[in-house]
Design a protein around this ligand. Structure first.
Ligand SMILES: Cc1cc2nc3c(=O)[nH]c(=O)nc-3n(C[C@H](O)[C@H](O)[C@H](O)COP(=O)(O)OP(=O)(O)OC[C@H]3O[C@@H](n4cnc5c(N)ncnc54)[C@H](O)[C@@H]3O)c2cc1C
Length: 411
């Protein structure tokens, strides 16, 4: 990497500093590079490591050609949902469910950025980001032995390592939050371990993405298998749980071993790749920053609290920021509408307080609605009529008290 040389008392100055080159930082960089009015701005991108690995698989639904369509390595037009006594296949049109490998995303954007003389890189652990001068509207990013000043700083540095926290209280502690705040706004981890498995013989229907198979140990919470076939012999199979505490790695493995053995009648397979992660499902704010520091990605509340999906929200957030920079108007990073935040809060309340099993909630929603309506609802693009349809999938005795609780909490 082309490390910037830090001159004492004279940090280098940039139009934009992107602190954190992961999903959000690199998405923002992509949209800036493709903006005719912003592409020649001076940009510093900082990350603790540019030696990227395939640490995550991004899946999302889309009803148009995606920005990163060239990176999509598989897509499906049929999904299936499975629970006790319930098996349903749903066509997703006009949406497709798509998959991008993290490493392809990182490599593609970094390759393009490295060819641009106005984009600079600093590999370092960021220690602090602070507003330097409100009058001059700039902020300073500091790392060991160096610093840089930006007219705008976009940070996606979570104040915790997602994989290193085991419980809601550890999360609260790391954010220095009071437990009472956790009580006000529920918090769950969406934690998972996935394997790319390769069988010797064809076992998968490559046309169908198994989005949720609840026929696995529920861990006194909500748990399901996610099975995405890449071809008839290879699939990503992931055990996902929504709960307060993450599991020991061996626990995910046990369930995956049992599931694969049962599902494929003991057929042998090799594991070609593994991924493990935890995504916070909450409406607790991780950070409040003062302009010209702006939070993006997971730090910038792009994760949808009721599902853990973030990739498409990050794209929208970064597109919005670039449009605002182009127009020279104040930066607004909020991405979730108040109405959909309310539904997220209600669903999270039901899950967190075990008012209804997650398996039952998702079974009912997918039993009574088209996949496209559910995808629109989960993308925050549904109409009020569609929202009512989705909410009516749940018994009033569950939905109404939860909605009232959420409204009272907000009052
Ligand atoms: C394993 C996994 C799978 C996921 N799959 C999906 C999915 O299928 N669909 C979906 O919609 N969402 C998914 N998500 C959720 C979400 O899309 C990702 O978490 C996404 O990567 C969030 O982007 P981000 O930029 O906020 O964080 P990250 O991508 O984690 O980027 C943060 C960057 O900051 C850097 N950094 C952190 N601290 C410092 C520091 N102090 N100094 C310097 N650099 C630092 C890190 O190295 C990293 O590069 C997944 C998340 C995980 C963890």
């Amino acid at each position: 990497m082309n490390n910037e040389i830090y001159k004492k008392n004279q940090p280098a100055s940039y139009d934009y500093i992107i602190a954190g080159a992961g999903g959000a930082g690199l998405s923002l960089l992509h949209y800036i590079m493709h903006s005719s009015s912003l592409c020649s701005k001076s940009i510093l991108v900082i990350d603790k490591s540019f030696n990227k690995t395939n640490d995550r698989t991004w899946c999302f639904w889309d009803n148009e050609i995606s920005t990163f369509e060239n990176l999509v390595n598989n897509s499906w037009n049929t999904i299936s949902i499975h629970a006790k006594g319930f098996d349903k296949e749903l066509f997703t049109a006009p949406f497709s469910y798509k998959m991008i490998q993290g490493i392809d995303f990182y490599n593609s954007i970094l390759k393009e950025a490295k060819s641009r003389p106005n984009i600079h890189f600093q590999e370092a652990i960021i220690l602090d980001i602070k507003v330097l001068d409100t009058a001059f509207k700039n902020a300073q990013v500091e790392w060991e032995g160096g610093a840089a000043v930006g007219n705008y700083v976009f940070s996606s540095l979570l104040p915790f390592q997602m994989n290193q926290l085991t419980s809601a209280s550890a999360f609260s502690k790391s954010l220095q939050l009071e437990n009472s705040l956790i009580n006000k706004a529920p918090f769950l981890w969406q934690h998972f371990k996935g394997r790319v498995v390769q069988f010797d013989t064809p076992v998968f229907n490559k046309a169908i993405a198994k989005l949720m198979d609840f026929n696995v140990p529920q861990q006194e919470a909500t748990a399901f298998i996610y099975q995405l076939p890449l071809n008839e012999k290879v699939a990503l199979v992931e055990y996902t749980i929504f709960s307060e505490n993450v599991l020991a790695t061996t626990e995910y493995d046990k369930v995956l071993d049992t599931y694969l053995a049962k599902e494929f009648s003991g057929a042998t397979y090799t594991i070609t790749h593994e991924e493990i992660g935890a995504i916070p499902m909450t409406q607790i704010e991780f950070a409040t920053m003062q302009a010209p520091i702006y939070t993006i990605g997971a730090l910038g509340a792009a994760i949808k609290a009721s599902t853990g999906y973030a990739f498409q929200f990050i794209q929208q957030q970064c597109k919005n920021i670039v449009a605002q920079l182009e127009k020279g108007i104040p930066i607004q990073t909020n991405i979730h509408t108040t109405r959909h935040q309310f539904y997220d809060a209600v669903l999270l309340h039901i899950l967190f307080n075990h008012k209804m099993e997650g398996a039952e909630i998702f079974k009912r929603i997918f039993a009574k609605n088209k996949a496209a309506t559910v995808f629109k609802f989960l993308s925050n693009t549904s109409t009020i009529l569609e929202d009512i349809k989705i909410m009516r999938s749940l018994p009033t005795s569950i939905f109404l008290p939860a909605a009232i609780k959420v409204l009272l909490r907000r009052a």
